[in-house]
Structure formats: structure tokens, C-alpha cells
Design a protein around this ligand. Sequence first.
Ligand code: SF4
Length: 328
Amino acid sequence: MPYLDNFNRPISYLRISITDRCNLRCVYCMPPEGVSWRLHHEILRYEEIELIVRAAASLGISKVRLTGGEPLVRLGFVEFVRMLARIPGIDDLAMTTNGTLLAEYAAELAQAGLKRVNVSLDTLQPERFRQITQRGEFATVFEGIYAAREAGLVPLKLNTVVVRGLNDDEVVDLARLTLEGDWHVRFIEWMPLGTNAAWASDGYVSVGEVRRRIEDALGELMPAKVGVGNGPARYYRFPGAVGTIGFISPISEHFCYQCNRLRLTADGRLRPCLLSDYEIDLRTPLRQGADLAEIRELLIRSIGAKPERHHLDESVSPRERAMSEIGG
Ligand code: SF4
């Protein structure tokens, strides 16, 4: 039974950013020059993360999602997945990736125990992909997606952050994929964090507007259930379609009442809430020899520190970190 927070929400999910580094520079996530990377010794070692996950599992956390930056840029990642997959109680091990390196690792990751992946994809236009990511090759993402499907890392979900003036004109094309095949496209409202907080409001598009555009063009959406995953997305599909469309609305319709997660940053900070700068340092006690019981106490303290909800509607947004340091 997962541990309950002060609002009786069972906390069953830990999102872990294993690196702040990324091989792309998505314009809404980080500045072209990148963010000043954490030094190697500041980043948690795989064994340290493993101890934290063991402590989390002892508290009833059963789902772990690995994120970044881009998790696949960190050396030894496949072996690390194998370490986590062996931990009793962790029965859902997933990853969020930009997909550019996925083709190379998909089969090994599935064999190591990874269950499924979400791939960030904000456009279907190769030129625009270059414009948004400032580095990557569009084709590599689809090669990665097909390799992941081939390896059984499914259901594979596509995450699209909708930004006005950048890719909002493509929501219908992305939605149309779900008519053509087994695609699960999720549209995510852009959240003001760190350095982008200032201009996030200009580019913000509510999922309500996204849904209206899609239904005006392609017809009415019906509520739908997707196999696995207990995230905040609400899913729909077109009548007779195989694929689904998900909407994640942290701003227009927040889902804090069902929040079930904690986040761990690459430099070892536990973050009870994505949209609050409050954090608990795990790295220092770990490097002073803290054992599983001590880490467990710090996890319990962070669960106790979870806020009832975020306060974006009062213009209170976190400033200390970029999204690339938290992993979404
Ligand atoms: S904003 Fe904070 S409280 Fe709300 S769902 Fe996200 S992490 Fe949970």
C-alpha cells in the first residue's frame, strides 16, 4: 500500500532525472547555449539512485520513470536499467526520451527490463524539428520509435508540448496519426519554469483550445481508456480509431488532487512538487554514508512536504531550475 501524503493521496510514482545533459536544445526547454551543466561529481551515481529506489519501493512506490535532460546520453544507462528492474516492488519501469538515440538502445533496454517509453515529438515537419530542437534529425526519432515498438516497449506514447506560433498549427496533423494507426498522442500545456517562465505565457495554448481545433477538423472525440500508466492525461479517441489522444492540462485544469509522485533531480534533490522550488537534499546524507532507513525517512519527509496543489494561477512559478534539470 503506497504511503499517503497529508491530502490522503497515495504516492506510488517516482520520476528520476538521471542527467541534466541533453543532445538537443529545444527552444521552449533550454537556451541555445544550454544550461551550465552540473559537474560530474555533483550528479548522483547509479548505485546512489538504486539505494533511493530501494527505499522508495519499501514505501510502496511501484512505478519509476527515468528522464533527463536526455537519459540516453548518460553512459552505462542500460546496466543501470538492469539494476533497477531487479528491485522488488518496482513493477513499472518507464523512460521519457527525445528518441534520437532510441534506435541504438531499444532492444537492449527491453531486455534489461524497461517496460515502455514516452517519446517527445513536437512536430511532424523535419525542417521545423530542426528549428525547434536546433540540433536533431527528425528521421532518427522515427527510427527510434519503430525500434522501440519492435522491442515491445509499448504502449509507446508521443508527448507534444504545444507552443503558440511554434507548432500549434500542427495539432490536427498529429491527432490524425491516431486515425491511421496505433499512435497515442498526448498534448501537454506548456508550464512556466525557470528561465522560460517569462515567455511561457505568450506561447501558452490550453488543451481546451487544442481539443476544439482537433474536433472542428476531424470530428468529435469519445472518452477512451489506455492500457497502462496512471499519469494525469485524460484520453480520448475518434470513433473506430485504434490510437488515442491524451490531454495534460497542468494550467487550465490542474490534476493536483490526484498527484501521486515525487521527483528526484540528477544532482540528488527530492522535489515534492514539480511547480515548487522546495527540495530536500539526498546527496549530502548519501555521501556521508546514509543507509536505506535514513533515505526512507527523507522520502517520508518529502511526501509530508507535498503541497495540496500548485499556485500558477497566483503567478507563483518555480524559478530555480529549468525543466531540463527536473525531467518534467
Ligand atoms: S503541480 Fe505539484 S502537486 Fe500538482 S500534480 Fe504537479 S507535482 Fe503534483
